[in-house]
Ligand binder design. Structure first.
Ligand SMILES: [Zn+2]
Length: 446
């Protein structure tokens, strides 16, 4: 099925790992009984870890229309005919108000109702408690229909499982993007062939998604023509057909590079858009050339950076690191700095992009501790904004099995008891560590 990033502000981030299905709706009935059916509301709500009754009710509240979510059949209906673009925009508002952490933007939050009947969102990544505006109409509905409490460890485990599933889906989508990018780049040349490549890529995407999913609701997502097997004349499939929406669909389905090529050939005025990511390297600063004490470290950083700039693969990097002189710890410190120094806000996203390098560099016994100590020394030099994202960084590496609970906890305990116990990093990591310990003790219960 077609996936998109959760949260409008993340729409252009090809590496964003939180995905949800693109909305599919159809109009049913006619006259006074006309209704809009959000066909894949259950799947979307699942990706957002919110009850589908909340999102359905939210549409009703915002549109001033009757709405109904049927728990038994999973049907989500809103009275009246509403187009997909409008509902998708409302869903974005829902995500901003009821899903994304107000502190760090992460969509992995839990609705917690306080003793005073206020609704808050608790962030799993940074621990921030976001206060939902209680003037919003949906809050009444949520208070009357509170989310199921995570009282038993089973519930929490289900959430962890759902999270792993989302990760897998996200990774599959990223893989798909990478494949498309490669294919399209191969065929790059005249703008005609770029278009050709793009349309081929689209065809491929379409056939792939129908392979994965045979339900009519999904196989017809993103298509403008009505489904062939649709003989009910009251049913009218909808997707958002505005120019902006079309542009966005293409952007989402192709890499930024390919999408730019397509856009340039179809829409001249949009030229400057979407050129992003590369060029960040300029911001990185070489550290320690000036003084003799750190020059060995500085040289290592420089050597690694040069190697990375050649477009080395993770396995090439691994053998390159093996050829360097220095202790494992010195090399790891230098690697982490070469990869990430200079980033402040966005540090965690950068780690998500480059985690395969870290995974390749930490295959030996005991290497997780070495990496964690490298992160610690890095944090001592990094900007405050970067250090604020440490919890997200560790969670990213934990989710992808680069780091395990036991290593993280051991390192954290040592750090707390060690010389720099007042350091900001332990304070910043506390919410993540608490979350990790909960997850940990629950898996031990069974
Ligand atoms: Zn947060």
């Amino acid at each position: 099925m077609a996936l998109q990033n959760i949260g409008a502000s993340n729409r252009d981030d090809a590496f964003y790992r939180y995905k949800m299905p693109k909305m599919v709706t159809k109009i049913e009935g006619r006259g006074n009984g006309i209704k809009t059916n959000v066909v894949n509301m259950v799947e979307i709500a699942k990706a957002l870890a919110r009850p589908a009754s909340y999102t359905t009710k939210y549409f009703g509240c915002e549109l001033g229309a009757q709405s109904k979510f049927d728990e038994k059949t999973g049907t989500s209906l809103v009275n009246g005919a509403h187009d997909t673009a409008k509902l998708a925009a409302l869903l974005e508002n829902f995500i901003k108000k009821y899903v994304q952490c107000y502190g760090c933007g992460n969509p992995e939050t839990e609705i917690v109702i306080t003793k005073t009947q206020m609704i808050t969102l608790k962030c799993a990544a940074c621990g921030f408690l976001s206060d939902v505006d209680m003037r919003d109409k949906l809050t009444t509905f949520i208070l009357k229909n509170p989310p199921e409490q995570k009282k038993s460890s089973k519930d929490k485990k289900a959430m962890r499982r759902a999270e792993k599933e989302r990760l897998k889906e996200g990774e599959a989508a990223d893989e798909e993007q990478k494949k498309l990018k490669k294919e399209a780049v191969k065929k790059k040349g005249s703008s005609a062939s770029a278009k050709d490549a793009a349309s081929k890529a689209l065809t491929k995407k379409r056939s792939n998604s129908s392979d994965e999913d045979h339900s009519p609701a999904h196989s017809h997502a993103d298509e403008n023509e009505p489904p062939a097997d649709d003989d009910d004349e009251d049913v009218q499939w909808q997707t958002d057909t505005s120019l902006e929406a079309a542009r966005q669909r293409i952007q989402e389905q192709l890499s930024a590079v390919t999408a730019d090529m397509v856009m340039l050939s179809t829409n001249e005025e949009k030229q400057k858009s979407a050129k992003k990511s590369p060029g960040r390297e300029e911001k990185t600063q070489v550290n320690g050339h000036s003084n003799g004490h750190t020059s060995a470290h500085g040289n290592l950083v420089e050597e690694i950076r040069e190697h990375l700039n050649k477009g080395s693969s993770p396995s090439q990097l691994k053998s390159f690191l093996g050829s360097l002189s220095g202790t494992y710890q010195e090399i790891m410190d230098a690697l982490f700095e070469a990869l990430f120094m200079g980033f402040d806000k966005g540090f965690a996203k950068e780690v998500a992009k480059k985690k395969n390098y870290l995974a390749a560099a930490t295959q030996e016994e005991g290497s997780q501790m070495v990496l964690l100590r490298a992160i610690e020394s890095f944090s001592a030099k990094a900007s405050t904004k970067a250090v604020k994202e440490l919890g997200l960084v560790l969670k990213e590496l934990y989710d992808h099995d680069v780091l395990e609970e036991s290593s993280i906890l051991e390192w954290y305990q040592k750090g707390l008891g060690g010389g720099n116990k007042t350091s900001q990093i332990w304070k910043n990591l506390k919410p993540f560590i608490e979350w990790l310990q909960n997850a940990e003790s629950e898996s031990e219960e069974e």
